[in-house]
Write a protein that binds this ligand. Structure first.
Ligand code: TYM
Length: 339
């Protein structure tokens, strides 16, 4: 069976972009493939953060996965830091990752500039190596993510290729290994619509957890009246009707895509509507779609024992696969096995 892995950072609250770009697509994948979905807490400490909030966000994120339909009887759900191999493999991979590649990563450049260059922690630079480790540990075939992760996936593929050619094949066989490729080279799965959900206040920038204004995003746990209000106040334009793919109408394009994804309706149905009619339709559709998720979230988060059990079982299964990979990589890299 082919394998898929993916994860979300427990920073801030999970929003519609995370849902439509990633989590929603995990649900159908878990039926077809062996799936591992993790909460990447180790990635969430790369910028200044509040430990108390991280703790809460980690549980919340796990509960949201389940509320959105991730099924622990099909997929392993676990917390990244519970499986030590993530960090262990990261060190091994970092020896095969050129520093120039990390310096050129868009997310690193943006985030370090914002935080004042020299002051950022080293982990912000090496973050993509940890992400490569998250993926390569499980010999993953597919990684369902939004478009902003594309560059990280390219790096992951390149690092896998380097390690395979530096240490794999005959060299590995001589050391007693099975030979061949050490890592499977994974493919990103980026959805045709929803891969880049835009801000409600500016159709040219991405919806993000870190945007200062909460008005710019729909959080999955926003109450009904907040959703209605955010949609009512979101940015529009003065063109007549609703249309797709007009570069002068990024907000219209974005909201139509969102509507299409959550209501399963076609975009053509909205063509002749005005903004007012469309907005109330969209607000209702969002509320209808998110309400059952919110109900399930409440039930899950109020039963900590259940959530702990799911995370424990997930970590146990994940560690088994991960440890086997690390032990292969160590062997291939010539590290002496402990007796
Ligand atoms: P993160 O936590 O920033 O985002 C989680 C997922 O949501 C997607 N996403 C979006 N999709 C559409 N529109 C948006 N506006 C939007 N904003 C975010 C992201 O593409 C992502 O799929 N580095 C990753 C987490 C990670 C990971 C991994 C993912 C760490 N290790 C291994 C996959 C496999 C991140 O920071 O995602």
């Amino acid at each position: 069976k082919k394998r898929v892995v993916s994860g979300v950072q427990p920073t801030g609250s999970i929003h519609l972009g995370n849902y439509l770009g990633a989590i929603k697509n995990w649900i159908s994948l878990q039926d077809k493939y062996e799936a591992l979905f993790f909460i990447v807490d180790l990635h969430a400490i790369t910028l200044p953060y509040d430990p108390q909030e991280l703790l809460k966000a980690t549980r919340d994120t796990a509960a949201i996965y389940l509320a959105c339909g991730v099924d622990p009887s099909k997929a392993s759900v676990f917390v990244q830091s519970h499986v030590r191999a993530h960090v262990e493999l990261m060190w091994l991979l970092s020896a095969a990752t050129p520093i120039g590649r990390l310096n050129r990563m868009i997310q690193f450049k943006e985030k370090s500039r914002k935080a004042g260059d020299e002051n950022v922690g080293v982990a912000l630079l090496t973050y993509p190596v940890l992400m490569a480790s998250d993926i390569l540990l499980y010999q993953s075939d597919f990684v369902p993510v939004g478009e902003d992760q594309k560059q990280h996936l390219e790096l992951t593929r390149d690092v896998a290729g380097s390690v395979n050619s530096l240490y794999g094949g005959r060299k590995w066989k001589k050391l007693g290994g099975r030979g061949g490729a050490i890592f499977k080279v994974p493919e990103p799965l980026i959805p045709p619509t929803g891969a880049r959900v835009m801000s409600l206040t500016d159709g040219l920038s991405k919806m993000s957890k870190s945007a200062p204004s909460d008005q710019s995003r729909i959080n999955l746990l926003d109450p009904k009246d907040v959703i209605a209000n955010k949609i009512k106040r979101c940015k529009t334009d003065s063109f007549p009707g609703m249309e797709f793919d007009n570069p002068e109408r990024p907000e219209c394009n974005n909201l139509l895509s969102v509507y299409q994804l959550i209501s399963e309706k076609t975009k053509e149905e909205c063509q002749d509507m005005n903004w007012g009619t469309f907005k109330s339709l969209l607000a209702d559709a969002l509320i209808d779609h998110l309400h059952p998720i919110q109900d399930r979230y409440e039930a899950i988060i109020s039963d900590p024992t259940y959530l702990d059990e799911v995370l424990e079982e997930g970590a146990t299964k994940a560690a088994e696969i991960a440890d086997a990979t690390v032990s292969n990589v160590k062997q291939a890299m010539g590290l002496l096995r402990r007796r």
